[in-house]
Design a protein around this ligand. Structure first.
Ligand code: NDP
Ligand code: 8X3
Length: 252
C-alpha cells in the first residue's frame, strides 16, 4: 500500500516542492492550505503526472475548530499518515519591537506556533495509534539566531525548534521520528508575504547572490525521510553557500 504524506502550506514554495518530491516517490498526499485554486491546480498536476491520490484540504491552520473538524472527518485510510510536514508559516513585517504591528505578531504566532500545534496534536495521535510516523517541522535560521527587526518571527521559529525537541522526547516511546529542518534564505513567496505584496522590495532580498530554492529543502526533507528505520535526522541547518549567518550574505 502506498505511503501517505500530509503537507501544510502546500500551495507554494517549500510545501509545493515537497508535494512534487513525495508524489515522485509514489506517496499519496493530503495537501492543506488556504488558496483553493492553487490547491486544485497542484492536485491535478500531481494526479496527472505521478498517478498518486491527492486529498485537498482548503483550511487555515489558525482555525482550531475547523482544523480539528477537517482532519477528524478524514477516512481511516487517509488517517494512516506516514509523514507530516509542518511547513505552513510566514513572516509579516520587519520592524523594531517598539514599532511592531500587533496584528502581524498575532498572525505569525497563530500560524507558525499555534497552527503547527493544532495539526500536530491530531496527526501525532494517529501516528501513536498506527505505531509509526515521521514529523518534519520547518524551522529556520531564525530558529537558531535572532536578527534586528525580526524578534517576533525569530521567536516563533525558536518555538518551533523547542517544540521539535519536545515532540521528539514525548513521542520517543512510540517510535515516531521528529526532524527539524532549518533553512537559510530560500527564494519563494516568503518575502513577498513579509512585505505584504511589495514584490520589488522582496526581490532585493535575493539580489547579488544565489539563494536556496525550494527544491533544495525538499531534497533535504526527502533525505531525512528516506533514512533506514533505526536512523533519525534530528536537526538540519541548510544555508546558501553565500550566507554565513542570518544577516551576513556575500553579495556581488
Ligand atoms: P511561501 O510563502 O512560498 O509558502 C508558504 C505556504 O504556507 C503557502 O503555501 C501558504 O499557503 C501557506 N500558509 C501560510 N499561512 C497559512 C495558514 N494560516 N494556513 C494554511 N497555510 C498557510 O513561503 P516558504 O515556502 O518559503 O515558507 C514555508 C516555510 O518555510 C514557512 O514556515 C517559513 O517560515 C519557512 N522558512 C522559509 C524560509 C525562506 O527564506 N523562504 C527560510 C526558512 C524557513 P496559502 O497562502 O494558500 O494558505
Ligand atoms: C526565513 C528566512 O532570513 O528571514 O526564515 O530568517 S529569514
Amino acid at each position: 500500500m502506498a505511503k501517505i504524506a500530509l503537507i501544510t502550506g502546500a500551495t507554494s514554495g517549500i510545501g509545493e516542492a515537497c508535494a512534487k518530491m513525495f508524489a515522485q516517490q509514489g506517496y499519496h498526499l493530503i495537501l492543506l492550505a488556504r488558496r483553493e485554486h492553487l490547491l486544485e491546480n497542484l492536485a491535478q498536476d500531481l494526479v496527472n503526472n505521478y498517478g498518486v491520490e491527492v486529498k485537498k484540504i482548503q483550511a487555515d491552520v489558525r482555525d482550531k475548530e475547523n482544523i480539528n473538524y477537517v482532519l477528524d472527518t478524514l477516512t481511516a485510510t487517509w488517517k494512516n499518515v506516514d509523514v507530516l510536514i509542518n511547513n505552513a508559516g510566514l513572516s509579516q513585517g520587519l520592524e523594531p519591537i517598539q514599532n511592531g504591528c500587533v496584528e502581524d505578531w498575532d498572525t505569525m504566532i497563530d500560524t507558525n506556533v499555534k497552527g503547527l500545534l493544532y495539526v500536530s496534536k491530531m496527526v501525532s495521535n494517529w501516528m501513536v495509534s498506527n505505531k509509526k510516523g515521521h514529523i518534519i517541522n520547518i524551522g529556520s535560521i531564525a530558529a537558531k539566531e535572532v536578527y534586528a527587526n525580526g524578534a517576533v518571527y525569530c521567536a516563533t521559529k525558536h518555538a518551533v525548534d523547542a517544540l521539535s525537541k519536545g515532540m521528539r522526547i514525548d513521542l520517543l516511546p512510540h517510535g515516531i521520528k521528529v526532524t527539524a529542518i532549518h533553512p537559510g534564505m530560500v527564494e519563494t513567496q516568503f518575502s513577498i508575504v513579509r512585505f505584504k505584496g511589495d514584490e520589488n522590495r522582496a526581490k532585493k532580498v535575493y539580489e547579488g547572490f544565489d539563494p536556496l530554492v525550494a527544491q533544495d529543502i525538499a531534497d533535504a526533507i526527502w533525505f531525512a525521510v528516506s533514512r533506514p528505520a533505526h536512523v533519525n535526522i534530528d536537526d538540519m541547518l541548510i544555508m546558501p553557500t553565500a550566507q554565513a549567518t542570518a544577516t551576513q550574505v556575500n553579495r556581488i
